[in-house]
Write a protein that binds this ligand. Structure first.
Ligand SMILES: Cc1cc2nc3c(=O)[nH]c(=O)nc-3n(C[C@H](O)[C@H](O)[C@H](O)COP(=O)(O)OP(=O)(O)OC[C@H]3O[C@@H](n4cnc5c(N)ncnc54)[C@H](O)[C@@H]3O)c2cc1C
Length: 406
């Protein structure tokens, strides 16, 4: 019987396998995509803002050094604009010179794969195979593969995306919040230097964010109602560029397309439980965040760390400890929920506030931005949350949530 079966070879599943291999556990990772797609993932438009804590976790896994120098860009500050207002709310790092680091998602996927390649004695990857059934027994968990093969393990870890089929097979429900919006991502070259400052501009009907990458290049993150997004995706390159140029208010000067457009529907998910008998959910299968506060994969890495620590502590007490024993799984569930729940709810509340076009909501968000700009401690608190230097209590988001959740 296998120690651990991990379903999904995304960045969370592969990082989990690496962390468990370092504890001396044998893992088999099951992935539906072909191995070539996992070994050399295609560019997918996502530029992931990693907090200091997220970077530290990748360093601890020995993965960070696999990134090439032109795959990491510092995020030194962020500015938030409301509508046409020329005043902005600025976020600066506290006690360091950057808020976090920007890394392309496909590079994060690649280094996670390299990490398991280095641990080939303990981690096996089986691609092109889809999980179809799951039985969680008292003595073992059993997975049924398409084609009828059955595999047994002491513990199954689901890392199979925010729409996790394993979660459903285990009978675990999830909150799902479909924002009815989509995000279009596209790299653009521009004339005005970005100075490694991100811009987030909330306009009537859409949000336009710019993430600073190489010199003279940023990633456009355009959030629109789903029907509007379809129109922008159907535009020719020239028409799309003209639309973006017109709505960018000249903040980055003359623009030029530097890559294809990618698009994602915006749906947030939160599992009702992160563990069950001989099962744990990690990554987006546990918490699928709206990207506006850039917490998704940072939470994924945090979950990997917490689960590995809980299983590691049990193995320290007893080298033969059962990896599927309930104690560590429940501990992981509680700690990860405590760290993520308020931020998940707060992020959704902020999204609602900043996409609600009713006059009261518009006035309220102006008030929130002005209030924050006049209150340096509040701004510092937001920066701390953005960079992962704040505690899991997330008091800022709790306050915002109490303002806007009804
Ligand atoms: C536009 C956008 C911007 C983002 N920006 C940020 C950011 O700035 N900062 C941040 O921290 N996060 C960000 N995120 C979130 C981040 O991208 C995700 O949290 C992260 O990629 C999730 O990784 P994962 O491994 O949990 O899931 P996934 O990457 O979804 O991987 C799941 C894997 O499971 C496999 N799979 C699924 N079903 C099965 C099955 N039945 N059998 C076998 N295999 C299966 C899939 O093929 C896939 O390989 C962003 C997300 C989006 C969409």
């Amino acid at each position: 019987m296998q120690d651990v079966l991990i379903i999904g070879a995304g960045p969370a599943g592969l990082s989990m396998a690496a962390a468990l291999a370092d504890l001396g556990l044998d893992c088999l990772v099951l992935e539906q995509a072909p191995e070539a797609q996992i070994a050399a993932p295609a560019e997918d438009g996502r530029e992931i803002a990693l907090t200091h804590r997220g970077v530290g976790q990748l360093q601890a896994l020995g993965a960070w050094q696999d990134l090439a120098p032109d795959e990491v860009w510092p995020l030194k500050a962020a500015r938030v604009f409301n509508g046409q207002d020329t005043h902005s709310l600025g976020f600066e790092p506290e006690g360091t010179d950057h808020l976090g680091q920007l890394v392309p998602n496909h590079a994060l996927r690649r280094i996670a794969y390299q990490g398991v390649q280095r641990r080939a004695q303990r981690v096996r990857l089986r691609c092109g195979t889809r999980v179809q059934g799951l039985t969680l027994g008292a003595d073992a968990a059993e997975v049924l593969l398409e084609g009828g093969e059955r595999l047994r393990a002491a513990l199954v870890i689901a890392a199979d995306s925010r729409f996790s089929a394993t979660r459903r097979l285990a009978g675990i429900g999830a909150e799902m919040l479909d924002f009815g919006r989509s995000v279009i991502l596209c790299r653009m070259r521009h004339q005005v230097p970005h100075q490694h400052v991100a811009l987030e501009c909330f306009h009537h009907g859409h949000t336009m964010a710019w993430l600073p990458l190489a010199e003279g290049m940023s990633s456009l993150v355009l959030t629109l109602d789903a029907d509007q997004a379809q129109q922008r995706l159907a535009d020719s390159d020239d028409a799309f560029l003209a639309w973006v140029q017109q709505h960018s208010q000249g903040r980055l000067g003359q623009l030029e397309l530097a890559g294809p457009r990618h698009h994602y529907p915006l749906v947030a998910t939160y599992a009702h439980r992160f563990s069950a008998q001989r099962l744990a959910l990690i990554g987006d299968a546990a918490v699928g965040m709206h990207p506006v506060t850039a917490h998704g994969y940072n939470f994924g890495l945090y979950g990997v760390q917490v689960l590995a620590q809980a299983l590691g502590a049990a193995r320290q007490r007893d080298a033969q400890a059962d990896p599927g024993a309930p104690g560590p799984l429940q501990q992981y569930d509680q700690i990860h929920r405590r760290a993520t729940r308020t931020i998940y709810l707060g992020t959704n509340a902020v999204v609602r506030l900043f996409t609600d076009e009713r006059p009261l909501a518009r006035a309220l968000r102006q008030g929130v931005l002005q209030g924050a700009s006049r209150l340096p401690p509040l701004r510092a608190l937001i920066s701390a949350q953005l960079t992962g230097r704040g505690g899991p209590g997330a008091s800022l988001l709790r306050q915002l949530r109490s303002l806007v959740v009804h």
